[in-house]
Design a protein around this ligand. Sequence first.
Ligand code: UFG
Length: 327
Amino acid sequence: MNILVTGGAGYIGSHAVAALCERGHQAVVVDNLVKGHRAAVGDAKLYVGSIGDEQFMDRVFAENKIDGVMHFAAFSLVGESMSQPYEYYNNNVCESMHLFHSMVKNGVNHIVFSSTAATFGEPLEIPISEKTPQNPINTYGETKLAMEKMLKWFGAAYGLNSICLRYFNVAGAHPSGKIGEDHRPETHLIPIVLQAAAGRRESISIFGDDYPTADGSCVRDYIHVTDLADAHILALEYMMRKNCSDAFNLGSGGGYSNLQILETAKRVTGRPIPSKIEARRPGDPPVLIASSDKAERLLGWKRKYGIEEIISTAWKWHESHPNGYGD
Ligand code: UFG
């Protein structure tokens, strides 16, 4: 297949590009390189530009016979989204609308969309299934839910098939160590813990130890970025085979508390990781755990990596790339 990967120079997008290439598919990347890194794309063809620029996208579609799209390009920081709703609606919702329109104009009818657990807000049930009501509590989650809904109506009117994949906490790096996570600034727990293990931070702050959980810290469901990339390929194949639209939650069905992540990272790296407890971070639900039964049943998706491998592959990347991609 010839797959257009938007945001293919970003963390998850670059792992999808690698997974496609490893399976003998062609990946064509569109990325504006605002957050992404040219070196993350590898040998795939890269177009630098905006997915919201329809003239530019018409050219990309004209120059490549595209079978389907994997759409990762988006802003994705919950905290930032609360102070910059204009930027989030503009970059995520408006730009995506033009991408979907370009696809329809150019006769490309299959898209796998990168959605998020944040569309569920403070869920009414654990584990969270595809039937759990979606009530975001932050702007980021709202923009992703708006895009899910837009896809539904584009599907009804224009025949654009879509599969929305709602990921829980994505971490880890390609087992080869050649690509990994390089966010500036970094806000996610596992990379921050590993930066502290590597001595590049003095200590790590655990936000809150008074949640209604076993050890008082928040519980999250971690999924390896390579397992996630595999799910995108399976979703694309499923959508093309069935000529359908659908949505799937992707996690592990189990959770680890922030303090458990810290302890696991100490064990995996063999390094001391100084930590302190700080106040809760606003907007953090106490527990987020996905049911991935539907993805396992219908897509045939099976996770290969557990938390130890998630942390050890991330550690391999961090150790071999102390300055990330260095750009
Ligand atoms: N945390 C700390 N210290 C830190 C950083 C994070 O204690 O320095 C805690 C957070 O408070 C939270 C947990 O670690 O309890 C996980 O936080 P992350 O920032 O790593 O991830 P989130 O769960 O906040 O967010 C992730 C994705 C979002 C997505 C969300 C869905 O990054 O894009 O999952 O729930 F929307």
